[in-house]
Design a protein around this ligand. Structure first.
Ligand code: FCB
Length: 461
């Protein structure tokens, strides 16, 4: 049997991916349809009609991919499990053995190569069978998720120490029910959005003891996408918009997890704007908040950019002029603002006293591709990672407890509603031939991990 890796002192230098974005093999070995299969096959949902049917075909090429990871020199790899490979519909009592076997092999191979697996249970691709019953708006989904977490930790708990319950609940709750950009693709359904957020958080709290009892010495956390937000101008409208943004984006998750309460301002604003009714707010049952706030071992943070918030309740011409100097943008149009990562880490320490933070995603989209010699000179990506890692270094020097950094992403992949049009990888993927070509940033990261610069992160722990 392959031994688990346990080394408290080591800073986790890793890369991250997620199941639907890389695996492909959408109907192989008994896998059922996920919400993303249905969404991506619905006309008009994803750019160019792209789907994750094949993606990077990692399901069949994981061996090759782990060799590339080994050469890269990372000591950790964050991946997610495709829930419908384990429970094809979601409501079954028995697992799909072949799906489970895939992750068993993956974990073994990672450990054989001295790479610590960080396993995320839910990176959005829930079984469509559960969505058909109301998805995360249905409180019963929690029990199905806990059952799934139970079986995963029972099978892999002897080798996987690091578990992440959910990835970015905001994206499911807000982008899925307010913006319609992710499954189930609904718009302005505030009540459903809040129920979804609460049920995700509650299922997180409920699955923790399950994992802990099956996986000895395990460490369990949740990953949130957070940022620091500032108003675009000094106008009262922008300040108000910024406060609202902060409660719905950051505090809706941080407050219940760390302070056992929901931010009142959010509910008050939504009631005032007639976006919800008082009767929509009965979803928090006795004992729920205690469960949501179950102690975790780390907080996973995904950071890409800051928020510069402009009110949409006042016409642009009569609002004050924006005063914030915006930095350059990536190909996705996201502003590059490394200091925001430091500001965020500081806030998590000062306001929430978070004891262990792991950057579970940070990266950028640039389209640089291979030249005639198959070299990919993605300088801007190198600068992006360097400048963000530098901010982590500053934070660590000030005693902020950050213990890991995962570059998003190991390789180019299916970028949700953007399909294959946005490339975040350290490795180029040719989506016709599925060939993988390491970019300059891959070699930079390889050297960085080997360098003295990086050992400083360990010493400070
Ligand atoms: C995050 C997601 C990840 C990827 C990056 C670019 O919100 O967690 O899957 O799409 O953005």
């Amino acid at each position: 049997m392959v031994e688990k890796i346990q080394n408290e002192k080591i800073f986790n230098w890793g890369v991250a991916t997620s199941s639907y974005q890389i695996e492909g093999a959408h109907d192989t070995d008994g896998r059922g349809p996920s919400v993303w299969d249905v969404f991506s096959h619905t006309k008009g949902r994803v750019k160019n009609g792209d789907t994750g049917d094949i993606a990077c075909d990692h399901y069949n090429k994981f061996y090759e991919d782990i060799i590339l990871m080994k050469d890269l020199g990372v000591n950790s790899y964050r991946f997610s499990v495709s829930w419908p490979r384990i429970f094809p519909i979601g409501t079954e009592q028995k697992i799909n053995q072949k799906g489970m076997d895939f992750y068993d092999r993956l974990v073994d191979m990672l450990l054989e190569n001295n790479i610590t697996p960080f396993l995320t249970l839910n990176h959005w691709d829930m079984p469509q069978g559960l969505e058909d019953l109301g998805g995360w708006t249905n409180r019963e989904t929690i029990e199905h998720f806990v059952k799934y977490g139970h079986y995963m930790s029972r099978r892999l708990g002897d080798r996987v120490i690091d578990w992440i319950t959910h990835n970015e609940p905001w994206c499911i709750s807000f982008l899925g029910y307010i913006e319609g950009l992710k499954p189930p693709g609904l718009k302005n359904e505030w009540a459903k959005s809040l129920h979804t957020a609460h049920h995700l958080l509650l299922s997180h709290g409920k699955v923790i003891p399950e994992i802990k009892s099956n996986a000895k010495d395990s460490k369990v956390g949740i990953t949130l996408n957070l940022n620091t937000a500032i108003p675009a101008s000094n106008s009262e409208h922008d300040k108000k918009a910024c406060d609202f943004y902060d409660v719905q984006f950051n505090k809706l998750y941080l407050e219940p997890l760390y302070n056992q309460k929901y931010p009142e301002l959010l509910f008050k604003s939504l009631l005032q704007k007639n976006l919800i009714k008082q009767s929509d707010l009965t979803f928090v049952k006795a004992g729920d908040l205690e469960t949501v706030a179950t102690k975790t071992d780390f907080l996973g943070v995904n950071y890409y950019s800051r928020g510069v918030i402009r009110s949409n309740e006042i016409e642009e011409e009569i609002n004050d002029k924006p005063i914030v100097d915006l930095g350059p943008k990536t190909d996705f149009g996201w502003e590059i603002y490394p200091q925001g990562l430091y500001d965020l880490l500081k806030r998590l320490q000062v306001e929430y006293n978070v004891q262990n933070i792991i950057i579970t995603e940070n990266g950028c989209s640039y389209s640089d591709g291979p030249d005639e010699n198959k070299a990919i000179n993605d300088k801007k990506r190198i600068e992006y990672h360097k400048s963000h890692i530098k901010q982590i270094q500053i934070a660590i020097n000030e005693g902020i407890p950050c213990t890991g950094y995962f570059a998003w992403s190991f390789m180019d992949n299916f970028e949700w509603a953007e399909g294959y049009s946005q490339r975040f990888g350290l490795i180029w993927v040719d989506f016709e031939t599925l060939e993988r070509i390491p970019k300059e940033s891959y070699y930079w990261y390889q050297n960085f991990i080997k360098s003295k610069e990086m050992s400083a992160f360990n010493e400070r722990k």
